[in-house]
Unconditional design. Structure first.
Lengths: 250, 317
């Protein structure tokens, strides 16, 4: 097995008196899809925030691709190769779909954002990459749509496209399938599954059939702690997991 | 895509035409003031329009530009262009320094900080009477300037210079807004945390925008002093910050052309009204309320609506 791309060790996050994460450790291998599951309030999004630098942990350490990033700013981590999509869609609503993606691609070229003397259109390479991302996320025919007018499923796809634009080594997907129609779920599942050839995926998702189908490894969380971690086949039959989370439906 | 490309060219043509026609409609001295305050309003417009930052203190940078230009021209015998360059730089440096602190606060706290620094600037001017002349300002500036062999002395040549300066800044602002840098500013305006998540160092971009706006305000201050022949302390008063903000809002912040429309409107209306009624500012206030309620895009958006109407008609044909 290759070295892990991300190693989080004994992460603590607290909001006032509330201990959202306590001593949480996680290791993600490169080229795999690693899913985080658990009931609402288990601390999955909090863990994402701590790992991506949105909220600094009060304890523990995070090593990403050889860099210790525990206290590194969110935008620095992006340059190291982390990228995330958001649970609550957070796009540039007043801008077009293509412009959203262009901004995401442009962010990778640190100097390009400071260019003030010419139009952004002059960078053919960025435009070509935007076109490829539009195709990847099935949004080519909606490139000039105002993002706020896009369907919910379309916005979820664009969220993934925005994260992909960073050409990350590890992509964080926070409930990418939430609220998608059945066709969109199927296509997006295929897209996520195909990502493992290019990067590692850390996934929060409530759609259990998809998670069990595409994940290489699953970590089960409850109340800020890890209660199980294994391959999907083992998680499916794990007694503790069944009672804590999957219930009788699994 | 096509509409956004054509619109700036149309706006440029309208602004240029307006600048040429202006001295034939109003006295040249009034026209000069319109160009100067339009330049100042551009500094508010780029912050509010492009990045979504509301500054209540652009008068501070206009003020420092005014004093720097005044002192350099009067006491150091500096030429017109180099003094204006220094005024621009002083606005940029001061705004960049203060900006790096201010941009870390958001919303109302950001606004309050711009206000507080502007007030400090005014009291600093009063405190250092020896340099600034205190409440009397600085007088005794030359009334005639040389620009590459051309003499700038009479009201019309003065207007030509002011209009040229405004037009250059207008072109610069338009260019910046339509550049990759401008697109990042728009992204920050639309969703700051997402911009950060994409990897843009948001604070640095905001500081750069504040410094750019400070440079423009500093230049406007320098122009005002060249035009007046003295440095009035009112240039650094809070009322100046207010005036620039009101002009920008009246004209509309969505396009840099709005600054000229707003300035022309404000300057002409205040000139006319102040002769009729000394409390004319109350009318401006009423007008502003009406504008905010019924025409949030400002006066410039009237033209945009008309052109949108035309465009719809032509595509239907």
């Amino acid at each position: 097995m290759t070295d892990p791309i991300l190693v989080a060790d004994a992460i603590d996050v607290r909001f006032g008196d509330f201990q959202a994460l306590s001593g949480f450790s996680l290791s993600v291998q490169s080229g795999t899809i690693h899913a985080l599951i658990g009931p609402n309030g288990a601390g999955k999004t909090t863990l994402f925030n701590a790992l991506t630098g949105v909220r600094k942990p009060s304890g523990g350490s995070i090593v990403f691709d050889g860099h210790t990033v525990t206290r590194t700013s969110a935008h620095r981590r992006v340059h190291y190769g982390m990228s995330r999509s958001f649970q609550v869609t957070a796009l540039f609503a007043a801008l077009t779909v293509a412009e959203n993606l262009r901004l995401a691609v442009q962010a990778r070229y640190a100097a390009e954002g400071w260019v003030f003397w010419r139009s952004p259109d002059r960078r053919r390479d960025i435009r070509d990459e935007v076109d490829a991302l539009l195709a990847d996320t099935f949004l080519t025919d909606r490139a000039d749509t105002r993002t706020g007018d896009l369907s919910h499923g379309g916005q979820r796809s664009l969220e993934i496209g925005m994260a992909l634009a960073g050409r990350p080594k590890l992509i964080f997907l926070d409930e990418p399938l939430a609220g998608m129609g059945i066709d969109d779920v199927h296509r997006t599942k295929g897209l996520i599954s195909s990502l493992r050839r290019r990067m590692a995926v850390l996934l929060i998702e409530h759609n259990m059939s998809v998670v069990l189908d595409i994940s290489d490894r699953i970590t089960v969380m409850a109340a800020g702690r890890k209660i199980a971690e294994d391959v999907p086949a083992k998680i499916r039959t794990d007694a503790a997991v069944r009672t804590a989370y999957l219930g009788s439906t699994a | 895509m096509r509409a956004t490309k054509r619109l700036p060219n149309l706006a440029t043509a309208i602004v240029l035409a307006a600048l040429v026609v202006l001295p034939f409609i109003v006295p040249a001295t009034l026209a000069s003031q319109i160009a100067i305050f339009a330049t100042g309003a551009l500094s508010v417009a780029i912050l509010l329009g492009a990045v979504g930052l509301l500054s209540f203190g652009q008068g501070l940078y206009l003020g420092i530009g005014a004093y720097v230009c005044g002192i350099l021209v009067r006491d150091a015998g500096m030429g017109l262009l180099s003094a204006l360059l220094m005024a621009t730089l002083s606005g940029a440096v001061l705004a960049g320094l203060l900006g790096s602190v201010i941009v870390r606060r958001h919303g109302v706290y950001f606004v309050m900080l711009t206000l507080a620094f502007a007030q400090m600037g005014y009291f600093a001017v009063l405190a250092f009477k020896g340099v600034t002349g205190g409440e009397n300002g600085l007088s005794g500036l030359p009334r005639q300037f040389d620009l590459l062999g051309l003499s700038i002395a009479d009201p019309l040549s003065m207007y030509g210079f002011m209009a040229g300066a405004f037009f250059l800044v207008f072109l610069l602002v338009q260019r910046v807004i339509a550049s990759p840098f401008g697109s990042v500013l728009a992204a920050i305006r639309e969703n700051e945390s997402r911009s950060e998540a994409l990897g843009y160092p948001v604070s640095r971009y905001k500081t750069a925008a504040v410094a750019l706006a400070g440079a423009i305000a500093g230049l406007a201050g320098g122009l005002h002093v060249i035009f007046l022949g003295f440095v009035p302390p009112s240039d650094i008063e809070l009322e100046m910050s207010q005036r620039l903000l009101v002009i920008a809002l009246i004209g509309g912040i969505g396009s840099p052309g709005g600054a000229l429309v707003g300035s022309a409107f404000y300057t002409i209306v205040s000139e006319t009204l102040s002769e009729i009624w000394p409390r004319w500012l109350a009318l401006i206030a009423l007008l502003l309320i009406g504008l905010v309620l019924f025409l949030p895009g400002g006066l410039w958006s009237v033209g945009r609506r008309i052109s949108a109407l035309f465009e719809r008609n032509t595509t239907h044909d």
